[in-house]
Design a protein around this ligand. Structure first.
Ligand SMILES: N=CN[C@@H](CCC(=O)O)C(=O)O
Ligand SMILES: [Zn+2]
Length: 414
């Protein structure tokens, strides 16, 4: 497929650029008045319309006059396998209850776990597929999905098998993360070590045997998993080659970021509570700071200090956190808008954080995240737009006209 007359071909990073940090993130290379050639599911070549080789002019082509072509969004933090939404908690929040109040009253993650334990693998697969299709239509072309609503060995494995089926069926790269350490099941409320032993001695070997996970995650937070409990779980997971991507500093300052960096986490995610120590630990670190501004928006909690992280030369990615409790939305376009409006990221920084750095937060940036020859042809074409900044500016409005996956137009066929 040939795409011609592209007003702006966005994110033409060189092949060797696999992640961007600090001030580099403001550099988003855009080729104006360009063509793009896709072949065998990959990006084959691109250039300026003035120099288009006559030998390719006969190929079937899409005219993108006035439009921008972006690499697909890479959403590196989601929980899209769940049995039921939780809009009753939404109403409780409007009436003044906090996320912690709801969790303490048996709502929250335990509520989702209870419902998921009753659901069949097929039901979970169907509902997660619908969510994933919606995300793809909104421009997402690679995704990470976590377990963590099972909390028993059977149900955690059930969730991970659903993610494995999604991997087999969907035409986009998917990474699976094992998050049994999401909260303590009621029966282990006063026996934390009992649940940790279950994770370490029973769940981890079973997950590893079936090769069901790419990463390990822990919700390191007051009232959930302490820093030393997180340390113990990450050490055990390392024996199975599972690298961490952890939840840290969402509701309070802890040493969650420090413990993640100690274990060479791929990413530490949330960081709504970003103190100076977090900034200095992540400065120049290889661990990516993944920010989830639609979670802050929905829960009315602080927004992460993205500018502080960028000024500290950290590596910042953006993701949705799509889940039924804290972020019932998988729309990366909205995340990019919020990053500009609330995190004060420039459009260029927010787009890099949602493409190349999002891919890096799933160890996918050799194949995804930029318009680079040889990468997967997962991309989208916008409507005609006046400029690049129009996309985040027009928040809540879908500017995507055509989604292309593996070099083919996606029609929501699945
Ligand atoms: N914080 C932990 N996990 C999810 C929320 C889970 C839930 O409320 O169901 C999050 O990332 O926000
Ligand atoms: Zn999360």
């Amino acid at each position: 497929m040939l795409i011609t007359n592209i007003k702006g071909l966005v994110g033409v990073h060189p092949k060797e650029k696999l992640v961007l940090r600090g001030s580099e993130m403001a550099n988003l290379p855009v080729l104006e008045n360009a063509w793009l050639l896709l072949e065998d599911g990959l990006i084959k070549d691109f250039g300026l319309m003035n120099d288009i080789p006559p030998s390719i002019l006969h190929l079937p082509s899409v005219d993108a006059e006035g439009k921008f072509v972006f690499p697909s969004w890479c959403d590196s933090h989601t929980h899209i396998v769940f049995a039921a939404p939780r809009e009753e908690e939404f109403v409780m929040k409007i009436a003044g209850k906090t996320y912690e109040d709801i969790a303490a009253a048996g709502g929250g993650i335990l509520n989702s776990a209870h419902k998921l334990q009753q659901a069949s693998e097929d039901e979970l697969f169907e509902s997660a597929s619908l969510r994933l299709k919606d995300m793809i239509k909104q421009g997402t072309g690679a995704v990470e999905i976590k377990s963590g609503y099972g909390l028993t060995i059977e149900s955690e494995l059930k969730m991970l098998r659903v993610i494995q089926r999604l991997k087999q069926v969907f035409p986009i790269p998917i990474k699976a993360t094992f998050l049994a350490a999401h909260t303590y099941p009621t029966e282990y409320k006063s026996n934390h070590q009992g649940y940790i032993d279950l994770i370490i001695n029973k769940m981890l070997p079973a997950v590893a045997k079936e090769k069901l996970a790419d990463y390990i995650d822990v919700f390191c937070e007051k009232g959930f998993f302490s820093v030393s409990e997180t340390d113990e779980i990450l050490s055990a997971a390392a024996k199975y080659g599972l690298k961490p991507k952890i939840h840290a500093n969402q509701l309070s300052v802890s040493d969650g970021v420090q413990i993640g960096v100690k274990h060479q986490a791929i990413s530490v995610d949330h960081l709504e509570e970003t103190d100076d120590e977090v900034l200095s630990v992540l400065a120049n670190s290889n661990t990516i700071a993944t920010l989830l501004p639609s979670c802050s928006f929905y829960l009315n909690i602080p927004f992460a200090n993205a500018r502080g992280l960028l000024n500290s030369n950290a590596t910042v990615a953006l993701a949705t956190d799509y889940n039924p409790g804290s972020t019932p939305s998988g729309n990366m376009n909205f995340v990019v808008s919020l990053a500009c409006i609330k995190l004060k990221m420039l459009p260029e920084e927010a787009i890099n954080a949602s493409t190349l750095n999002g891919a890096a937060a799933m160890e996918l940036s050799r194949e995804m995240g930029s318009i680079t020859i040889g990468k997967k042809a997962n991309l989208f074409i916008t409507r005609a737009m006046s400029s690049l900044a129009f996309l985040p500016y027009s928040f809540g409005q879908l500017q995507i006209e055509t989604v292309i996956l593996n070099g083919e137009i996606y029609n929501g066929w699945l």
